[in-house]
Design a protein around this ligand. Structure first.
Ligand code: 8YV
Length: 324
């Protein structure tokens, strides 16, 4: 026993993060990168002082109820923490941390990527060319939708949404509107050129592009449902880089099949990695495998942020990113 805190790292992380963890802790790495089972998570809570988890680890109330339990901290690799039963952690005095800020730009870039791929039919064009079906330039070939001057509606106005607003308004000359039950100070919105709307519905009625930036929690489950899709404009597009649970995927499929909306760009899915099969056949849908924060720089920064929370915790100092 090294006497150093035992930290179970549930997935393979970038090498620089491993080096820091091994230097500082009795780190139990996962070089095979196979997700831990429920029993594996329970065992980790019994044998380690802390877990460094990711979105693929379902840290449920049942998992957290294991006794005897040794772990006192779950340091999540990610800003979202809907993979952890926060109320159960709170009830058992287990601390939880996340990794905000360091992934804001990468995730905002990906939301804009989805928006542009949708508007300019980039996925379609790429597939047509790769399939050898392109017969050359034509004046009316695969016409897309203009972005500059169009209205982007943001659902939620937290860090990532603000970064999207800045890119869309300053970078692409878009009009930006938003709704958030906990809006930023007016001067912050004004500096981003973003206009607040009194309701989600108002944003849906007005926007050419709707981008979701709210956490997954009971209140936001299926926030985008049949009735809300019915409010969107038939030439409007949905972008989701938040969480799959925020969208009723069956209602989305219906809205697409009935041309209730013009298209959707999805980086997250209700039952990921499963994707509703019919979405795979739709040309006006862009599908990405949860790449929001997938840059080398960002993933190292996320790992180092989790490492910082672990280091602070085991130095009896306040977490930098306390969730619980
Ligand atoms: C992470 C994300 O890659 O941060 C989040 O909430 O969805 C992604 O950036 C994922 O959560 C890994 O745990």
């Amino acid at each position: 026993m090294s006497g150093r805190p035992v930290v179970v790292v549930t997935r393979r992380l970038p090498e620089p993060v491993h080096e820091a963890l091994v230097r500082e802790f009795d780190a139990r790495l996962n070089p095979d990168d196979r997700p831990l089972t429920t029993d594996g998570l329970r065992l980790a809570l019994q044998s380690a002082d802390a877990l460094l988890t990711t979105v693929t680890d379902k840290v449920t109330a049942d998992v957290l109820s294991v006794e005897p339990r040794r772990a006192r901290l779950v340091a999540n690799f990610g800003v979202g923490f809907n993979n952890i039963d926060i109320e159960a952690a709170k009830a058992r005095g287990i601390a939880v941390s996340n990794t905000p800020d360091v992934l804001t730009d990468a995730t905002a870039d990906l939301a804009i990527t989805l928006l542009l791929m949708l508007a300019r039919r980039a996925g379609e064009g790429e597939r047509q060319l790769r399939a050898g079906e392109w017969t050359g330039w034509r004046p009316t070939h695969m016409l897309g939708t203009h972005v500059t001057g169009k209205t982007l509606g943001l659902i939620g106005m937290g860090r990532i949404a603000r970064a999207v607003a800045q890119r869309a308004h300053r970078g692409f000359g878009m009009k930006v509107i938003f709704h958030d039950p906990y809006p930023p100070p007016p001067e912050v919105a004004a500096a981003l050129g973003a206009e607040q709307r009194g309701s989600l519905e108002a944003v849906l009625r007005e926007a050419d592009f709707v981008s979701l930036h709210c956490p997954a929690m009971p209140e936001t489950r299926h926030l985008m449902n049949r009735d809300r899709f019915a409010l969107m404009r038939p030439d409007a597009f949905l972008v989701n880089t938040a969480r799959g649970d925020v969208v009723d995927e069956a209602a989305l499929v219906e809205a697409l099949q009935t041309q209730r909306i013009a298209g959707a760009g999805l980086d997250v899915f209700e039952k990921e990695p499963q994707v509703t099969p019919v979405l795979l056949t739709m040309e006006n849908v862009v599908l990405l495998p949860h790449l929001g924060s997938a840059t080398r720089e960002t993933r190292v920064a996320m790992g180092m942020r989790a490492f910082e929370n672990l280091t602070l915790f085991f130095s009896d100092k306040p977490l930098r990113d306390p969730v619980v």
